[in-house]
Design a protein around this ligand. Sequence first.
Ligand code: UDX
Length: 477
Amino acid sequence: MSQKKKITVVGAGYVGLVASACFADLGHEVTCVERDKQRLGRLVAGESPIYEPGLEEILHRTIGTGNLSFSSDLGKAVAACDAAFIAVGTPPRKSDGEADLRFVLDAAAEIARSIRPGAVIVTKSTVPIGTGDAIINLIAKVRPGLNVAVASNPEFLREGSAIEDFTKPDRIVIGCEEEATAELLITIYAPLVGKGHPLVRTRRRSAELIKYAANAFLATKITFINEMADLCEAVDADVADIALGIGLDHRIGPHFLRAGPGYGGSCFPKDTLALVRTAQEYGVPLRLVEETVVANSARKRRMAMKVRHILHGHVADKRIAVLGLTFKADTDDMRESPSIPFIELLQRAGAEIHAYDPRGMDQARKIFHGVSFHHDAYQCAQDADAVVLMTDWESVKHLDLARLASIMKTPVMIDLRRIYPPEEAARQGFAIETIGRTGLEPQPVKIFDSQFLFSDISESTGTTAGQISRVTEGAAE
Ligand code: UDX
């Protein structure tokens, strides 16, 4: 079987565009289908309509080698392909939060009309368990007797590190019922498998559930550490140390233990809700995931209370500077961002909101009303009664605190990402409210292991090097 495959990807969004570029970069011949003419024009010119570090470089390279092309003609694009990947959106239905499969099923029907017998239709979008079966039934109606297989190949890409997550995956998951289908997908991913990245081959329904289970587990892990943060504030402990202390257990692991204002994005909120709905339909309540959904939603709103608390209950007519709007750093995505309910609640309480974000303001302008936007963090904080650190952008993580305090009306800081140690902020004159700890004196955390790689743990739990003191010298005494 030739290693080079003809692949069509339907949908040029966060998932489809990254998959198209990376499949082409693996050496396959890829056509990415995009219906939106304006978006298509930008893509053909090698311009990425989404902000994803490293993506434009791969687009230029693969368009240049001819491995990647774009088209609006789905029928023509799938006619000769070996595999057609569906990477269109599955937004939550407004009525009940279930995944809206309209776009997936429309794409599947259109593919079925033109795909050649023996090719494979693959769902890469996050789709509810059983969607592959629904597509098989749809094909039987649209083109009776067509011999094509349907497989599931979920992605695990994080926005802001999607290229890395695709090219160095923790694992590749393929779900299919036929040997030939598995062989084709294994061939497509062979360059990555050849570099030692594990490939999990399972049945289609299991692959569909693996995606939801992964996101629901990660969302639950984040919610767990967020609730530990609340407890730490009550019992005068430090959540960064809790994360460090439990994260060193290899069964828990140090990642996704950074307490924050609640998770956002286009996936965790949507996928946890969709999984809960699916489980309810099958009469199997997922109480943990249900609680995660409720706790996270409440947390985003509760963060606004921290502003009230540090301003002694008076928010009306106060000027609040919010630094960071996107749901996390290194993305322009505002979907389900914690900043949305946070700002809306403060506005409802009469606050005057000024906001800064290095990438998210174009999208933010469509969401917020009555917010003053600034392209510079210090301009945003000028004459503010309080500054809120909402998203841990590099530009927010490296502020000159003395300068910031000097230009504000009152140097008050609400740090929702544990960016600055409170005692450092206090030294610069700030009254500071943070998450997961009270008081200003950090308890130095001792690790009795000279081989421990501090950078790993500080990066993933937000513990600063200052709070971790290597004690091998002490141990040697
Ligand atoms: C997520 C999954 O990680 C990815 O595998 C899946 O394919 C898509 O959904 P993404 O939503 O892009 O990726 O971002 P991620 O980095 O997972 O962060 C999600 C949210 O959790 C963000 O709001 C982030 O701020 C928050 N988060 C993450 C925390 O609050 N603490 C953490 O330790 C990690």
